[in-house]
Design a protein around this ligand. Structure first.
Ligand code: BES
Ligand code: ZN
Length: 460
């Protein structure tokens, strides 16, 4: 585990000195900042980014499948062609094949909206009486006899896996979980467990009807059957290319990332071939740039399985690298013509070094001088970094496009203008720290006061 003390001491020390960091450029430095920006911006070729997306989105890139393997091979060979030594970090994940049959039969009900499985759930067949088990907490089972029965449980409060394990521990032979809001419940148990009992998900309406029948004293018998679900072990990968400082090193490290995997059935042109392709093009441009800072370009695997690649990366990070990391820039869904404007999300909704750099670069590069907005959101690979105390932010367009996680997330929805804007901003932001004339870690930790940028509660 990482110790955060070093960072907070550095931060406190630099704040107490109260010096303005040199890279928090006063007005008169604007021109030279823009000249530095141009060293990167003018070299970024948006057609390269677009062509990477074309290649990457030919097929889905589900973690642990040959589709991901092909993407990893492509990314590695691109990094190597720019001259980087490239590390591939393999790690184990679970792959899940959905059941061939999901059946739920209850007298007097037709389940027009078909019940769904939970990812990593188990197969089985059970016919038994239903018992209302509230939210499925341990206390809900304390006064109830569910031995050999099917527990009817409402969604909410804690995870589906916990509900099923509590029911199993109390002796239940099956579980039905109903939604606590409109729409279908498409849930995951996160990982396999041989203590699970067969479980299905139904809608709020269906669950409420069953609950009412039980409350009226009726004995309700159900048959629940799941066949063909399969959980296997598989290997996903992170791909890591490091640019070492070319000038006298300040011993700083910047991380630039995106996830290369996609969800099943989706070509993932925007999610997240767009971010991966931008990481590749920035790596190409920075390969020949003079820097005093190490830059690590990373594409993560298994983001869609629960940020597994970025958790793996953080787990493998050395304390030394942790201590010298200025920030982590994550790009996810950065090229859709059908999405809204660029926004930077932090997990806590607070500004940090990364959003300060991004906002300043956005202001320098935009025609109107307007800085990029920020907001609060998790849901991507910046989360594990922020959890260990490193400044990180997700660069994304919001509201997101309607094709998100669908087979329609294809190359024809990609906008070169959007790609250009994001790659320019992230490239310029990174270069503000990495260029040889700007000072070292402890000063880079101090927020620049040069731009005003606002918190936005924007719809996703
Ligand atoms: N690109 C999305 C994240 C996203 C989508 C952020 C929409 C903001 C708005 C990402 O690939 C994703 O789908 N993440 C998962 C969460 C993850 C922990 C499995 C999600 O949001 O469901
Ligand atoms: Zn994504």
């Amino acid at each position: 585990m990482f110790k955060k003390t070093t960072l907070s001491i550095l931060l406190a020390a630099s704040l107490s000195v109260g010096a303005t960091p040199a890279w928090a450029a006063p007005k008169e430095n604007l021109q030279s900042d823009q000249a530095f920006d141009n060293r990167i911006v003018k070299r970024i070729k948006v057609d390269n980014i677009y062509n990477h997306i074309v290649k990457l989105s030919e097929n889905p890139r589900v973690a642990g499948t040959p589709g991901e393997d092909a993407a990893v091979e492509y990314i590695k060979s691109q990094f190597e062609s720019y001259g980087y030594d490239t590390e591939v970090q393999p790690f184990e994940i679970y792959s899940y094949t959905a059941p061939s049959l999901i059946e739920l039969k209850v007298d007097g009900m037709n389940f027009e909206q078909a019940p769904l499985d939970f990812s990593y759930g188990v197969n089985g067949e059970v016919t038994a009486d239903l018992v209302d088990a509230g939210l499925g907490a341990t206390s809900d089972f304390a006064e109830k006899d569910v031995e050999g029965k099917i527990a009817l449980i409402e969604r909410g409060g804690f995870s589906f896996a916990e509900k099923i394990l509590n029911a199993s521990k109390a002796g239940a032979a099956g579980v039905i979980i109903y939604n606590n809001t409109d729409g279908v419940l498409n849930g995951t148990l996160g990982e396999p467990n041989d203590k699970y009992v067969p479980a299905v998900a139904i809608t709020q309406e269906q669950g409420t009807e069953l609950k009412e029948r039980l409350e009226n004293g009726e004995t309700v018998t159900a048959t629940l059957k799941i066949e063909g679900a399969e959980t296997d072990k598989a290997i996903s990968h992170n791909v890591v290319a490091t640019k070492e400082a070319t000038h006298k090193s300040t011993n700083q490290l910047i991380l630039v990332g995106a996830h290369h995997d996609s969800v099943d059935g989706a070509p993932g042109a925007n999610d997240d071939a767009s971010g991966t392709a931008t990481v590749l093009e920035l790596a190409r441009v920075f390969a020949n740039a003079p820097t005093d800072t190490d830059i690590r370009f990373v594409t993560f695997g298994a983001e869609e399985n629960g940020l597994l690649g970025s958790y793996e990366f953080v787990e493998r990070m050395t304390q030394e690298d942790y201590d010298r990391t200025v920030g982590m820039f994550q790009m996810d869904m950065v090229g859709s013509k059908d999405a809204g404007d660029l926004i930077m999300y932090t997990t806590d909704g607070d500004k940090n070094t990364v959003t300060d750099l991004g906002a300043a670069a956005g202001a320098r590069l935009s025609k109107t001088g307007e800085a990029t907005a920020y907001g609060m959101q998790g849901r991507s690979d910046h989360v594990p970094f922020s959890e260990i105390g490193l400044p990180s932010a997700l660069f994304i367009h919001a509201p997101v496009e309607p094709w998100y996680h669908s087979p329609e997330d294809t190359i024809d929805k990609i906008s070169k203008e959007k790609l250009k804007e994001v790659s320019n901003i992230v490239g310029a932001a990174v270069y503000q720290v990495a260029r040889p004339d700007t000072p070292a870690l402890e000063k880079a930790k101090v927020a620049p006061k040069e731009v005003d940028y606002d918190f936005e509660e924007r719809e996703l």
